[in-house]
Design a protein around this ligand. Structure first.
Ligand SMILES: NC(=O)c1ccc[n+]([C@@H]2O[C@H](COP(=O)([O-])OP(=O)(O)OC[C@H]3O[C@@H](n4cnc5c(N)ncnc54)[C@H](OP(=O)(O)O)[C@@H]3O)[C@@H](O)[C@H]2O)c1
Length: 380
């Protein structure tokens, strides 16, 4: 039986992961859970899955939890790091949202735990360090992001030297067909309403700007060791082809399934086995598949991500931090939807990327970019 840690257990990925575990009681055992501030849901999860240790965002929440449940509870980054490295954990599902997922994921790798990676920000911000650490410790990182899972599956059994490029699909989000001039008046509620996926707030807004795809390009670059020039993005509104790999002979191999995150989560947990019946079968009859190039006037954030990847060093960490700050400002009504791009491009315009030598370089880039985003003047 595999011992599982879930970082971000109360979120969209965390809840889907627990559904997979609930349906496969003989295969997986929850050893630790880490969440933010949704204590009510965490309590329910503790009662059902009986983990050996839990962690929450702060000490006050941890003491509330300890009073009502007989489970050791930690708090903050250290608590999440302990949850990630706890004895008996074989695989860590890294599903905290944002750059907050970086240090706990790194702790899992340093403790030699296999990582099922949903938190793309870990590789966006600190890709070279994280991949090097995983290599040094012989730790396997299996992607949970549906696109990266599709590429991982499409690469299997093929020779690396035959690979030409990888192609990430993007559904295009809720504003694929909205006139570009009307994007200024988009509300957070509209932007959160993704047509294909039900996800957390940050990734939903990133999907509406296509920054999510940009972050995935950077994630893919580190995960599969490819430069930006060998990574393409294509709009595919049906979200059935989860991504593709093109080989030297012109063959394209893709992975298809219904859009349900339980599929890639279960695959990452059980690899190389496949768990029967995790998602309903895809009905191919009458299925229409459309593919179009992304319009960079509509989705300028995508270009910013390719630029940050090309710049390397701390640039992707700064891009991610500026994006997190801008998304939060949009959700709080401080800036319009189109202000998200303006804030990030202002922070990244003239940004001087520095080499990443240690994790401190990444954290400093994250901190200064967040600060810079808050002081952008062009917002109203
Ligand atoms: N959702 C998807 O379909 C999907 C697909 C591919 C990749 N991903 C990636 O997976 C990650 C999670 O996405 P999501 O949609 O599941 O997000 P979400 O629904 O917002 O959940 C985020 C989780 O992280 C916890 N959390 C937030 N900040 C924390 C902190 N500082 N310390 C500890 N826990 C913290 C939250 O706890 P509380 O709720 O208790 O505060 C919650 O459990 C993101 O990196 C996203 O890009 C998601």
């Amino acid at each position: 039986m595999k011992g599982v840690a879930i970082l971000g257990s109360t979120g969209s990925i965390g809840r889907s992961a627990l559904e997979v575990i609930r349906s496969n009681p003989g295969r997986f055992k929850v050893v630790t859970l880490a969440a933010g501030s949704n204590i009510a849901l965490l309590k329910e999860q503790v009662e059902e899955f009986k983990p050996a240790f839990v962690s929450v965002l702060n000490k006050e929440a941890a003491s509330v939890l300890k009073k009502s449940l007989p489970v050791p509870a930690g708090a903050g980054v250290e608590g999440a790091e302990l949850a990630a490295s706890y004895e008996g954990v074989d695989v860590v599902i890294s599903a905290i949202s944002g750059a907050a997922g970086l240090l706990p994921t790194l702790a899992a790798i340093r403790a030699g735990k296999e990582v099922a990676l949903a938190n793309k920000e870990t590789l966006v911000a600190a890709g070279p360090l994280v991949m090097e650490e995983a290599k040094k410790r012989g730790v396997r990182i299996i992607p949970v992001d549906s696109e990266h899972s599709a590429i991982f599956q499409s690469l299997a059994g093929n020779r690396r030297q035959d690979l030409r490029r990888i192609i990430l699909t993007a559904s295009g989000g809720p504003f694929l067909n909205r006139p570009v001039g009307g994007l200024d008046s988009v509300t957070p509620e509209e932007a959160l309403r993704h047509p294909k996926w039900s996800m957390g707030k940050k990734i939903s807004i990133d999907s509406a700007t296509l920054m999510n795809k940009g972050l995935e390009v950077i994630e893919a670059s580190h995960l599969f060791g490819l430069p930006g020039e060998r990574i393409s993005v294509i709009i595919h509104p049906q979200a059935v082809v989860h991504s593709m790999v093109e080989y030297a002979d012109g063959s394209i191999i893709s992975q298809m399934s219904v859009p349900d995150m339980k599929g890639p989560i279960a695959y990452a947990l059980s690899f190389p086995e496949r768990i029967a019946g995790v998602t309903p079968p895809l009905n191919l009859s009458g299925l229409k598949l459309d593919f179009t190039e992304p319009d960079l006037k509509r989705f300028p954030c995508l270009a910013l991500a390719f630029e940050a990847l090309a710049a390397g060093g701390t640039a992707p960490a700064a891009l991610n931090a500026a994006d997190e700050a801008a998304v939060e400002m949009f959700l709080k009504g401080r800036i319009p939807f189109t202000g998200i791009y303006r804030v990030i491009s202002e922070v990244m315009g003239g940004y001087i990327s520095r080499p990443i030598k240690t994790i401190a370089d990444v954290l400093e880039a994250d901190r200064t970019a967040r600060q810079a985003a808050q002081s952008v003047k062009c917002l109203s």
